[in-house]
Design a protein around this ligand. Structure first.
Ligand code: GDP
Ligand code: IMO
Ligand code: MG
Length: 418
């Protein structure tokens, strides 16, 4: 089928394995688009044993002819973007001639990073546990209608005028409220304007380019960052990121209307993890939790922080299916559950008078035969298939892809999506 637009969304608190699946599915598309978030994301791709970690660049980049887009919904750290491009180029991946970055992307400036860190420090034990990359403050300036966008680099005089105003505002907060050093105009220009010549060939009208693909029947893949439970509106507020991470963000984040999305795939880890602070009802602080962390190598791809681990929260997933209108699921890291005697699925929450949440579990038998690297569904142990079938039944949508290892090839495709 032609002209099928595919969406990949994380269903929990991020790090579900979106990067691996986007890379895999890119084989069948013309373009891959990021539409929200920033370099708080860390997407890991493993191809024939070689690992690549991407933060801003769409996870389709390893496929030589695919076009990659950064939509207006993404907050852009220019030095980090260029560093990532350079690293890919050093590894022999051509990037610049097939990347387009929206002129409307808000730019992350040094004062955003300083504010992110100052706000977190002041919050003390109430901190969010952000990635400290200026994401929240950059989105605040965007909705405050005072942010600097990529297109602002095209007029230096106006840019300096706007930056001086912003520095006045933010340095007041940094110095007077947070007791932090001020940020200079020089530092802001060095993180933005100074790269104008390098950026210009990649700057463009993403909305028009994507409309062009639609008109020619080319398929496009939209790559979500973070996960639905980190969504600014639907997530575990205030322990969330500052963007909408759900499928609804695609239209606002790159200009492709909701009618043009054909298949929305939720990426769900076979258990649940979270990095940073905030509620996590199914968190396991025991040996099983430690075992999941160890076997799943659960350390953040962006900050290196250990990820908290727990049982799969299907109760939360049911809401996520609804809010994203998910078509199907991809279950990743099934292999990490290999060898467990019993596996629990959280199907409900009990909330007491004090507001504390206790998960309600359904117990499933584990499996002895490893699923690691298995590439066909029929080779999965019966209990693993029963586990997957139970998730399908509870969510009311099919599991179309199963991932059994980090490598692109360690995947079971039950249904071809495009
Ligand atoms: P993303 O942010 O959703 O792209 O996920 P990350 O890349 O941050 O984290 C997922 C981690 O799990 C990465 O280290 C992947 O290489 C790894 N991974 C992905 N799928 C699988 C899988 O099926 N099995 C195992 N063992 N590891 C996987
Ligand atoms: P990917 O795309 C996991 C978390 C941070 C913190 C909260 C807010 O790799 O799944 P922010 O810096 O965004 O203001 O931090 O969100 N967070 C992520 N957790 N994976 C991510 O991205 C994340 N991006 C942000 O840990 O709890
Ligand atoms: Mg990640």
């Amino acid at each position: 089928m032609t002209n099928k637009n595919l969406v990949v969304i994380g269903t929990h608190w991020g790090d579900e394995g979106k990067g691996k699946i986007v890379d895999l599915l890119t084989e069948s598309v013309t373009a891959v688009v990021r539409f929200q978030g920033g370099h708080n994301a860390g997407h890991t791709l493993v191809v024939e044993g070689k690992k690549t970690v991407l933060h801003l660049i769409p996870s389709g980049i390893l496929h030589p002819n695919v076009r990659c887009f950064i939509g207006n919904g993404v907050v852009l750290s220019i030095p980090d973007l260029l560093k990532e491009i350079q690293e890919l180029e050093n590894a022999g991946v051509a990037v610049r001639d097939r990347m387009m970055i929206s002129l409307d992307c808000p730019i992350i400036m040094p004062y955003h990073v300083a504010l992110d860190q100052s706000v977190e420090q002041r919050r003390g034990n109430q901190k969010i546990g952000t990635t400290g990359r200026g994401i929240g403050p950059a989105y605040e300036d965007k909705v405050g209608r005072r942010g600097i966008r990529l297109r602002d680099l095209l007029d230096k005089e106006q840019l300096v005028f706007k930056l001086e105003e912003l520095l006045h505002h933010h340095n007041f907060m940094l110095e007077q409220y947070y007791g932090a050093p001020p940020v200079t105009l020089q530092a802001c220009l060095a993180a933005s304007y100074d790269f104008l010549a390098e950026l210009t060939p990649m700057m463009g009208d993403v909305l028009s380019a994507l409309a062009g693909f639609r008109k020619t029947g080319a398929s496009v893949l939209f790559e979500g960052a973070q996960g639905a439970l980190l969504d600014i509106d639907h997530g575990t507020y205030p322990f969330v990121t500052s963007s909408n991470t759900t499928a609804g963000a695609i239209s606002s984040g790159c200009g492709v209307g909701p009618r043009y999305l054909d298949y929305i795939l939720g990426i769900t880890k076979a258990y649940t993890t979270r990095v940073g602070e905030g509620p996590f009802p199914t968190e396991l602080k025991d040996d099983v939790g430690r075992r999941l962390a160890e076997k799943g190598h659960e350390f953040g791809a962006t900050t290196g922080r250990p990820r908290r681990c727990g049982w799969l929260d299907v109760h939360a997933l049911q809401r996520v299916v609804e809010m994203n209108s998910l078509t199907g699921l991809c279950i990743t890291k099934l292999d990490v559950l290999d060898g467990l005697k019993e596996i629990a699925l959280c199907t409900d929450y009990e909330v007491d008078a004090a507001g504390d949440t206790t998960p309600v579990y359904e117990m499933m038998p584990g499996w002895e035969t490893p699923t690691e690297s298995v590439k066909s569904f029929s080779e999965l142990p019966e209990n693993a298939r029963a586990y997957l079938a139970r998730i399908e039944a509870l969510c009311g949508i099919p599991i179309d892809i199963i991932s059994t290892g980090p490598d692109r090839s360690e995947t079971i495709i039950k249904r071809t999506l495009i």
